[in-house]
Design a protein around this ligand. Structure first.
Ligand SMILES: Nc1ncnc2c1ncn2[C@@H]1O[C@H](COP(=O)(O)OP(=O)(O)OP(=O)(O)O)[C@@H](O)[C@H]1O
Ligand SMILES: [Mg+2]
Length: 370
């Protein structure tokens, strides 16, 4: 018994996606409480379920049953009421409505809400206890324990999502403001001066030449400002942890959140030692390219494994993000991510190569002189 509980506890902290964690919880609950069927549902805002995992139902049965349930009948009632339900025969309860034709016949039933404070996050329920006599009070207590674990897993996942959205919005606003204040004014006066130079070119070449020198100086200043903005915009994590640690952390996070394996290695001249002293623009470029390449691999590749490698070879820093997924044909795609990675590479004097072919995975390689 302790084993089943602790595997549920470990699942919450292990490198699993939310769905997998919920699956482990449902499976452990079914096993421990000796139930033929077990399921866990997290409602969405449209009367259906955002997540619905079940145990004891084969894939063929799932297909025959049809779509996951709506929030009706007993499930709907439990979501509204937020109290445990223990019944000898669910079909006799007035809250029971119906189930699809291929749905297994459920009889004894135990359902517990998954609570976060006063909010019902979802429900976990069991039915058809294998040992006769149905579910008892001890079963209800145990299932409540599983529900508490599910609550932690769900809350963690939501906190992470919300945190990420906030960071993106904040960073965008800050970037727009910085660029406006520092750079767009400079460029504006630069344009006026260039226009004046053009007007003077025929009539007064000497003053035109002076104006052109001013243009050059202003362009230089704008460049400096732009660099400062870039440095200023460097993700706070770079200051806190440096490039290598920032990458390692992001990779670990993705590994934990998604079903595929995501791994990071850093190597220097001597393996295992990567001592970087990079210009801030380069650090930002490497981090951003890595983020986009990782994001693409996670979103598009359907990979089993993604590797991020950072290496210092001779006078170059090399970042490689490799996945073993679907691959693609670069000629046929029109996103913003790939061009933006190339731009970032060029801006720091580096090169970006994407090697990919349908069915053969993808490697994004950034090489920067360093
Ligand atoms: N690692 C990958 N595995 C499979 N397909 C990929 C991979 N990376 C990119 N692609 C394909 O290339 C397309 C273009 O990628 P790109 O990053 O430019 O745009 P996007 O990811 O679709 O959108 P966004 O502008 O948000 O980045 C993707 O839509 C996808 O079809
Ligand atoms: Mg992309």
């Amino acid at each position: 018994m302790l084993h089943a509980v602790s595997s549920a506890v470990l699942a919450v902290t292990r490198h699993l996606s939310v769905r997998e964690v919920l699956q482990v919880i449902v499976r452990s609950a079914a096993r421990l409480l000796d139930a033929k069927y077990a399921a866990l549902g997290v409602p969405d805002d449209d009367g259906a379920f955002a997540e619905f995992v079940a145990e004891g139902i084969s894939d063929e049965q799932w297909a025959a049953i049809g779509p996951t349930p709506r929030q009706h009948g007993m499930l709907g009632a439990m979501l509204r009421e937020g109290t445990p339900v223990r019944l000898a025969d669910i079909r006799r309860d007035p809250r029971f409505e119906w189930w699809p034709k291929a749905h297994p016949i459920l009889k004894d039933f135990l359902g517990v809400p998954i609570m976060d404070g006063g909010t019902v996050l979802g429900i976990i329920f069991l039915s058809n206890k294998r040992t006769p006599g149905g579910f008892d009070e001890a079963d209800e207590e145990l299932l409540t324990l599983f529900a508490a674990h599910a609550a932690i897993a769900i809350t963690n996942a939501r906190l992470y999502e919300r945190g990420r959205e906030l960071t993106v919005v904040e960073e965008r606003t800050r970037m727009a403001r910085e660029l406006h204040d520092a750079v767009s004014q400079k460029l504006f006066s630069l344009r006026l001066t260039a226009r004046a130079a053009a007007a003077l070119a025929r009539t007064d070449p000497e003053r035109a030449a002076e104006a052109i020198e001013r243009v050059e100086r202003m362009a230089g200043e704008a460049l400096t400002e732009l660099r400062a903005v870039i440095v200023e915009l460097r993700p706070a994590e770079l200051d806190r942890h440096g490039l290598v640690e920032s990458l390692r952390k992001q990779v670990a996070l993705l590994d934990r959140l998604h079903p595929m394996t995501v791994a990071f290695t850093a190597e220097g001249e001597a393996p295992g030692d990567l001592d970087l002293d990079l210009a801030p623009e380069i650090e930002v470029a490497v981090l951003r390219v890595a983020q986009e390449a990782l994001h693409n691999a996670v979103r598009h590749a359907r990979a089993a494994r993604i590797d991020v490698r950072l290496a210092h070879r001779e006078a170059a820093l090399v970042l490689e993000v490799t996945d073993d997924g679907a691959g693609f044909d670069e000629a046929g795609v029109h996103g913003l991510g790939l061009p933006s990675m190339s731009d970032r590479a060029q801006a720091v004097g580096g090169t970006l190569t994407v090697s990919s072919a349908p069915g053969r995975g993808t490697t994004v390689r950034l090489e920067v002189p360093a």
